[in-house]
Design a protein around this ligand. Sequence first.
Ligand SMILES: Nc1ncnc2c1ncn2[C@@H]1O[C@H](COP(=O)(O)OP(=O)(O)OP(=O)(O)O)[C@@H](O)[C@H]1O
Ligand SMILES: [Mg+2]
Length: 403
Amino acid sequence: MINHDPVDKLLDDATNGRSILKKRDVLHFTFIPDVILHRDNELAKVTQALLPILKKSRPSNLLVYGKPGTGKTLVVKTVLSKIQKRVEKSDFPIKLVYTNAKDETTLYGLLVSFGRQLGLKTQKELPTTGLSISGVFNRLLDVIQKNSTNAVFVIDEIDYLAELISKTGKDILYNLTRANERLKTGSLTLIGISNDLTFKERLDPRVLSSLSEEEIVFTNYTVEQIKEILLDRIKTAFILGTVDIAALNLCAAMAGQEHGDARRAIDLLRVAGELAEREQSETVKEDHIRRASQKMEEDKETTALNSYPLHEKLLIVAVMRAKGSSTGEIFQAYKGLCKATRQREITQRRVTQILGDIELSGLITGKIVHQGMHGRTKKYNLTVQPDVIKKAFKDDLVLTDVL
Ligand SMILES: Nc1ncnc2c1ncn2[C@@H]1O[C@H](COP(=O)(O)OP(=O)(O)OP(=O)(O)O)[C@@H](O)[C@H]1O
Ligand SMILES: [Mg+2]
């Protein structure tokens, strides 16, 4: 008897069916591969920059930058862990501490994270609230000095720090980069990592000059290099022979178009592998890669759409309905939607502002149109498929009736 139960079918496939992936974790972004391909130069440069620490002197501050997915985090973390392993058994007073500014919600939190890694474990040694920023900072310096530690602070995605910095914390980067001048014993080196190439331009020149005592730029991977990185992952992640060469080529080419982003290439491969496995395909084919790319794009759009408040969502629906219309016509459509959903409308002026904000996110595009003696207006269009919008908003109870 054939079992038509959808749950049973999925469970049967998972236990008896074909599998393609043998070690999914290998394709997760936190996985650290054994071999790092095509980054010998960068590995050497980062190591060289840190060498003074093994001679008990202070390395220069270092700024590492390059486009997303070019291996910056991987390379820096790998070098740190190798140095750490070497000095573990000796009594070298070295502390290499890492944080990602994107994962922290406050500057205070970021400094506490450094403090904990430096050994300030208890609330008494370093409370999680209550001190001033400079108070926390002084505790960090005290412990470095007390133990004569040579400390290296890595701040990954350091451009996010700008968002954490309040007025009181404004000088923190400056203080971090110049902390050394205040230490009688021990030392502090700062490594900043960023993929935001405009970050440097936005930095205070004083901070820039001390942060980038040394600089290492990560170049983009070529399509050929991405392909080799993928091949290496495929060996451990997939069952032998389950990824078509054509699929591999397409995956590398697509990631290559995006400036050679290894993360995107690996993500694409993972999603395609999952699709292929779900469909019980024998291998990952070109078409799986294409659909994976489409799915990832849609997921990104869906997340962006869902994060908007109600009136923004109503306006997006209004743009969808009145496609290619002027701001005035969109406003009329929006008013109709407000009536249908029993919401109080906001002013046309505010609507104009909000449309501008949504345009910045790329979900709609605007074009200024001159209308002779009537002045000018802006016409808006969706950049995403209406279906994506309908799917994204379908769980919003207020919107169900107007979709
Ligand atoms: N040379 C390489 N060999 C093997 N895997 C790599 C290589 N470069 C990058 N990767 C993998 O690609 C992904 C992205 O790399 P990584 O996180 O280091 O990028 P990044 O430069 O820090 O990007 P971002 O600026 O977005 O943080 C990771 O999964 C990493 O393991
Ligand atoms: Mg990174």
